[in-house]
Design a protein around this ligand. Structure first.
Ligand code: SF4
Ligand code: F3S
Length: 106
C-alpha cells in the first residue's frame, strides 16, 4: 500500500486524487490519507504529488513510520475524496517545512 506522509500537511495539493483508479483517498481539514485496504499499489499517485509526500509503505522515510497507522486510522473516519479541490492559498509556503505533524487537524 502507499502512504501519505508529513509534507502533505497544510500543502494538500490533491493532485494524487485525480489519478487514483480506485478512489481510495480520504480527506481531512489539512491532510489526505490513503485507505490501506483499498489501495491497489498502482503507484500512480507517488510522482503526482508536488510535495513528494507519498511513499510506498516499505519506503516511508525514517521517522515517519507513524504515518502508516495514521493513514489506516483516519481513512476509517474521514470522508472519501474523488475530485481535486483547491489547495490552500499558502500551500507553497508550507512545502518542506519540518515538524508539521503538530499542525495536523483531525
Ligand atoms: Fe491510488 Fe494507486 Fe496511489 Fe494506491 S498507489 S493510492 S491505488 S493511485
Ligand atoms: Fe497531499 Fe500530495 Fe496529495 S500534498 S493531497 S499527497 S498531491
Amino acid at each position: 500500500t502507499f502512504v501519505v506522509t508529513e509534507n502533505c500537511i497544510k500543502c494538500k495539493y490533491q493532485d494524487c486524487v485525480e489519478v487514483c483508479p480506485v478512489d481510495c483517498f480520504y480527506e481531512g481539514p489539512n491532510f489526505l490519507v490513503i485507505h490501506p485496504d483499498e489501495c491497489i499499489d498502482c503507484a500512480l499517485c507517488e510522482p503526482e504529488c508536488p510535495a513528494n509526500a507519498i511513499f510506498s509503505e516499505d519506503e516511508v522515510p525514517k521517522g515517519q513510520e507513524e504515518f502508516i497507522k495514521l493513514n489506516a486510522d483516519l481513512a476509517q473516519v474521514w470522508p472519501n475524496i474523488t475530485e481535486k479541490g483547491d489547495a490552500p492559498a499558502d500551500a507553497k509556503e508550507w512545502d518542506g517545512v519540518p515538524g508539521k505533524m503538530k499542525y495536523l487537524e483531525k
